[in-house]
Design a protein around this ligand. Sequence first.
Ligand code: PDD
Length: 287
Amino acid sequence: MTTSPVAYFNGEFMFLDAVHISPLDRGFLFADGVYEVVPAYNGQLFRLEPHVQRLQRSLQAIHLTVEHDWAQVMTDLVARNAGGDQYVYLQVSRGAPAVRDHGFPTEPVPPTVFAMAKPLKQPSEKVLNEGLSAITVPDIRWQFCHIKSVALLANVLARQQAITEGADDAIMIRDGVLTEASAGNFYLVRDGEIYTPPADWRILHGITRSVVLELARANGIPCHEVELPVVRLASADEVWVSSSTKDVLPITRVDGRPVGGGQPGPVWQRLWSLFQNHKRKVCGSAW
Ligand code: PDD
């Protein structure tokens, strides 16, 4: 018998399968909500403060005021799900008013706050040894990609196109420049230096991205936050993707062609081990 994991729903901890959300919830009807994904290693939430700050910025950007001790909710949730390596998914929507109307509810409606924790698995040996494959697709998203909105249909379609074409992920291109992957930030390496698009409205300002840049700079690897015209892909020695659930992983094939030598590159290998050491130092992770 498997027991349902513990979730958090509107002020209470309860089993995940006991959570029920109204069909009138604006998150369901309009994708009128925002979310966070926070990793925990060895029971310790990693970079919790920047995740909470980004959640607050996302809420502010959609004009949703919610008083909540986000850090405490996530810390308790991880503890109630028996520590270890997990990630917390936390979503806040503009609640469930009595009627469906595009405008914000005119009566006070409590927001819907939901969080769950899931086990966080290390990438497979195959991925670490051989890397991921990706296709390139047009970035058809809106102009507020820095908001961590639950409106992810364009990301979903990009990822599914990759899967349908036998690849792992999709790298998006807007107005001739590389932006990000379907659920992660994008990097390329050329002559031992790291290049990643600037943190503007075109990308999510990834917390993992900030860790990657911080570790690289602290260890003397030059980093450039610059626009990357799509032609830069062809001359890249390495391509990477980063996110809270994947750390930073190599992409070794793009659109069926090998990146550099077609193997995870030395700069990625260095960054990966710096990242794992950093996690162990901060959280005592077993990875
Ligand atoms: N996604 N860009 C996009 C579009 C993302 O969805 C994500 C993360 C990132 C990386 O952000 P961070 O390093 O803060 O996780 C960049 C999460 C993991 C998700 O949607 O599941």
